[in-house]
Unconditional design. Structure first.
Length: 309
């Protein structure tokens, strides 16, 4: 049993992700962009639009991404927004019905609101984003497509997300794997009946001149805690559920979740997803330790990567 893996990229996905990151900033405690980014973007918003966003409860990210994946005109933000604005409520319903269990009755209102918010966000912020960022995301997607020529679908997802395993469960037919930048280091995963969308943090944009990569920093920080080391030793014996880990480590749920999130983002563990956006179990990820050694060597001994000079 397996699923069809589609590696997709479009500036529209990044438009939506950047908007989502901005309005849900309080939940993005470890976002790479930092509070300076949000403050700078906020200063560029008109007063009226900033006021609207301060009260915004826009919770349809996953449904918008489903529509993006179905759009034949997603090469540019304006073409997608024109396409979305032209979709009747009936069209939207027919496109979402095979995938989404519950569809609101006010689709026309949601469509108009989404088009307005994303258009204004594009005008105030996203159209100023450096085009090299979008080119980097396209390049990342191209590399993952090449990877899919030789690796099984689940392993391509694992490599892209640094440890998320989407299990090929019954009913799951298609997984959309999409690189994103603004939400880094978070991955956004949603299941919709036979389809899963996974927006992973692109590591092509991770390189910093004469600085350790974020991937290396995540890995070294993840190991610098006795509780996380105990979790690694526990799941090295056998895969464990969240409750198994909590019971053995003896910490509050929120604390255990924090440790597991850090270990997964660092690539030290696998988080296994079986048809649901909550991980069912965790297992050790040996590939992460191999990568850590390579990252350490390339940063500490950079001359070795340049012909030994």
């Amino acid at each position: 049993m397996t699923y069809n893996l589609i590696v997709d990229s479009s500036p529209v996905y990044e438009l939506v992700t950047s908007f989502y990151t901005f309005i849900h900033w309080k939940q993005m405690k470890h976002a790479r962009l930092g509070s300076e980014w949000r403050d700078q973007v906020a200063r560029g918003l008109s007063h009226s639009f900033a006021q609207e966003l301060s009260d915004e409860r826009w919770e349809v990210l996953h449904r918008i991404n489903l529509l993006v994946s179905l759009c034949p005109q997603k090469d540019s933000v304006p073409s997608f927004l024109d396409w979305l604005a032209a979709q009747s409520p009936g069209d939207i319903y027919e496109r979402l019905a095979p995938w989404v269990d519950s569809i609101p009755g006010n689709l026309e209102e949601i469509r108009d609101r989404s088009v307005y918010l994303l258009s204004e966000w594009n005008r105030h912020y996203f159209q100023t984003v450096d085009s090299s960022l979008i080119e980097g995301l396209h390049q990342d997607a191209s590399e993952k497509r090449q990877m899919a020529d030789t690796l099984p679908a689940w392993e391509v997802v694992d490599r892209a997300t640094n440890g998320m395993v989407i299990e090929p469960v019954s009913g799951l037919q298609t997984v959309y794997l999409i690189p994103q930048y603004h939400c880094h280091p978070y991955a956004i995963i949603d299941f919709h009946r036979s389809v899963c969308t996974c927006l992973y943090p692109s590591r092509l944009l991770d390189e910093r001149l004469n600085q350790p990569s974020w991937t290396l920093q995540d890995a070294t920080q993840a190991l610098a805690d006795d509780k996380r080391l105990k979790i690694l030793r526990l799941i090295a014996r056998q895969p464990c559920s969240f409750s198994d880990i909590q019971q053995n480590i003896g910490l509050a749920k929120s604390t255990v979740n924090h440790h597991l999130s850090l270990l997964r983002r660092a690539g030290m563990i696998h988080a296994h997803y079986a048809g649901h956006s909550t991980a069912q179990r965790y297992s050790l990820r040996p590939h992460g330790f191999e990568t850590l050694q390579q990252l350490l060597q390339s940063f500490i001994f950079p001359s070795n990567q340049e012909g030994g000079q």
